[in-house]
Ligand binder design. Structure first.
Ligand code: ATP
Length: 363
């Protein structure tokens, strides 16, 4: 196991493109960290700098407190699993897993022991003689993971390892990887663009956008205490709803409905937003149908309903603003009807219209 320190890390590619800006992060020994963000935000670049596959343009990188900027990939003792499993097609599962150790000159009996142990952890014992082409996508992915963990290194790096799997396999592998992490205990950094993977697997999540860290926190912190509109909208499915409006007389108007912000914001703070743009946010699942106490009550036209089994997503038009509401399937409203729904004051988020940073409300 190992702990990692990234201080002011930047990546500027030879063509001048600045892909990662001032990345600062302490990763604890044994932690499971996930880098998440939209395509092109710099997740893979950062992971590759940690692996030693890309040089660090500026900043300091330490493994166990020792500067590692100039160390090559082998010296860093990291194991990496890529999106394409990169298995050797002509080798059996056993040989695929053993190959790295054979190259290192490890004794055959130790190799056998480690392959058998790893195969047991990954449920691959019955497949050791097979070639990769005779395995399912999930099994191939497990061999790729096996090839990495068999090396018993302290740092485990994974770049979108589940993206070639179908939806069901992804769900299974999610819990398998979490389980393997618990058993193996290596410090793990995992890259994905899928917020569900991040939420379900990580100890801490690093949300990135345009090469900048937006927020670092536990899944709970990111979900309930997003620092800005980007994180609030990225984490959560369906995403948070946003209504942008100007503050007038301490309130915003959504169509014909007036929402007094004094219900959620202290008077002195509210005064500083008078005449300015503000963004009102609420998650689809916090609403209640009908008019409730201690809530904002809004009117909406039901445009589409999607029954998902455990809940229904209701696509609505709130007097000109499109939103999604999550309701109990037994309460699914009829399409093309007009409904009233409530957003509890305690579930409202406000963001500064200029900076898009969260505003501290009375929660
Ligand atoms: P994805 O999810 O699509 O893999 P990512 O967040 O992992 O995205 P990176 O692959 O780290 O993103 O790329 C970050 C940015 O750097 C992108 O805009 C990409 O086009 C750019 N980039 C990547 N490699 C190079 C390179 N060798 N030269 C110049 N720019 C590059």
């Amino acid at each position: 196991m190992a702990y990692l320190t990234l201080q002011g890390i930047n990546k500027i590619y030879p063509n001048g493109f600045h892909a990662v800006h001032d990345f600062n992060l302490e990763i604890e020994q044994g932690e499971f960290i996930i880098f998440v963000g939209p395509s092109g935000c710099g997740k893979s670049t950062t992971l590759r700098m940690i692996a030693g596959l890309e040089n660090i343009s500026k900043g300091e990188f330490y493994i166990d407190g020792v500067r590692a900027n100039e160390k090559g990939p082998r010296e860093r003792e990291v194991a990496m699993v890529f999106q394409s499993y990169a298995l050797y097609p002509h080798m059996s599962v056993y040989d695929n897993m053993a190959f790295g150790l054979t190259l290192q000159g490890v004794d055959d009996d130790i190799i056998e022991q480690r392959v058998m142990d790893t195969a047991r952890i990954l449920g691959l014992t019955d497949y050791l003689d097979r070639k990769p082409r005779a395995l399912s996508g999930g099994q191939r992915q497990r061999v790729a993971v096996g090839r990495a963990i068999i090396r018993k290194v302290g740092i485990f790096l994974m770049d979108e390892p589940l993206s070639n799997l179908d939806a069901k396999q992804r769900v299974t592998m999610r819990s398998e990887i979490t389980d393997i992490h618990r058993k193996v205990g290596a410090t793990t950094i995992y890259v994905t663009h899928d917020q569900t993977e991040a939420m379900t697997m990580a100890d801490r999540i690093v949300v990135m956008k345009d090469g900048y860290i937006q927020q670092v926190g536990t899944p709970y912190e990111l979900y309930f205490k997003p620092v800005n509109m980007f994180v609030a909208g990225f984490i959560g499915e369906p995403p948070m709803n946003f209504i942008t409006a100007d503050v007038q007389n301490g309130a915003i108007k959504v169509g014909s409905t007036t929402l007094a912000l004094s219900n959620v914001l202290a008077a002195d703070k509210l005064a500083t937003y008078e005449g300015k743009k503000i963004i009102f946010g609420f998650r689809p699942e916090v609403i209640e149908l009908g008019a409730k106490a201690d809530s904002y009550v809004l009117k909406a036209d039901v445009e589409l309903t999607e029954l998902l089994g455990d809940n229904t997503n209701v696509y609505v038009d709130i007097e000109g603003v499109k939103s999604i509401l999550k309701v109990d399937p037994h309460d699914t409203p009829e399409m093309d009807t007009n409904i009233e729904f409530s957003i509890p004051y305690k579930s409202v988020y406000l963001f500064d219209g200029d900076t898009e940073m969260v505003i501290d409300t009375n929660k």
